[in-house]
Ligand binder design. Sequence first.
Ligand code: PMP
Length: 458
Amino acid sequence: MGFDLTGLMAARAGEGAELWSRYLNPQTAKVLHSVGLDRQWVRAQGPYLWDDSGARYLDWLAGFGVFGVGRNHPVVRQAVHDVLDADLADMVKMDTPLLAGLLGEALVKRAPWLDRVYLCNSGTEAVEAALKFARYATGRGRVLYCSHAYHGLTAGAMSVNGSKDFTAGFGPLLPATMVPLGDLAALRREVVKGDVAALIVEPVQGKGVHLAPPGYLAEAAELLHANGALLICDEVQCGLGRTGRFFGFEHDGVEPDLVTVAKTLSGGIAPVAATIGKEWIFAKVYSNMTRVLVHDTTYSHNNTAAAAGLAALSVIDEEDLIANAAGRGAELIAALQRAAERYDFIMDVRGRGLMIGVEFGRPRSLRHRARYAPMTLARKGLFTQMVVCDLFEHHRILTQTASDHADVLKLLPPMTTTTEDVEWFMSAFTAVMDAVSDSSKPVWHFAKGLATRALGRA
Ligand code: PMP
């Protein structure tokens, strides 16, 4: 009969969790079951997912930001179909494929002071390249990173991770030093030592959705350059329009030396990432013909990835998604700030464009305090996890906690989000806040589903 993908998927439908438990990461199925997110997803379009019962969900997790242009976008799909139908000579390796060149040109156009692009497959690889290039070009070994930072999980990128949860047991790491985000004095203390290659920073951080105070990035760039070090901006999550500008650092008026992009660039279909940088840095790394492959990866110039990247960039422009991210983001932040006046569980609403964090904390009113305390005593972040579960179970909205040790709900909607989607979310969020504030229900009523599943009783 030969290979029949459709038949195979139909014959084995519903076996995903079992197969994962047996052959992939067994913790994944356990975690999803314990928090009640274990659905069988059968279809997706734009910002929506459908489960096997036909129920539609609003996806504001967006694959950790991969689906900036929404899921299964027809323009990106067509581009990938076109590549396959053209029977192209892919990855000859002894070649200079057109599509990769066009993607390089398109990316450099977005940051005119940058000249060169290194293409790869994932965010962490783009970061890895940026770290290597900065170290080689400056001849220095140490890298600085910010508190709460997340730049990926390969060995180099992990060395600049702000959380021990990711690094413990995997050392020794690259020489790297953490500086608190926004603390210029701490940065100065480190760069004057003369051994710093670069500071790597996310203009809007994925973990906790923290933003540096205004002016920080600009002053940091000055300090770094005055001391012979480079600025790397990691735009893997916040880049390509999500914050209401093409690059998140544009809000701060800086010109970084190296920039990493990924996620949205894939169009949600073909993995692709890039490190964009200044000519002199690339010229040092690739200084002569014998060094042509000194930093490279086999899949780096594949046509499917390049086509998806070019299509995603075109969709961002054609559909005016950057303005939409700014507009819908402003609507959402304003609505959440109004909610914060009503619900004293909400301590802070922060973000830029469609990258938003809602921080919960100890309520002012004694009545609510008694409801909040047991949840946070059990585990920091549990309150937010319950909000995530309630939004999912009762309102069919997929969100996430922004990190494990903070009570921050993170919203990362596609840039195609409409005002109707914002209204769907806000009415659900308000209902969840009403439910947690309702003193006629014992607090653990809210957490019951979570607790019973976690204890393996459901
Ligand atoms: N940098 C940032 C800012 C990210 O958010 C991520 C992924 N969440 C990465 C790097 C790593 O990207 P990837 O998972 O594609 O390796």
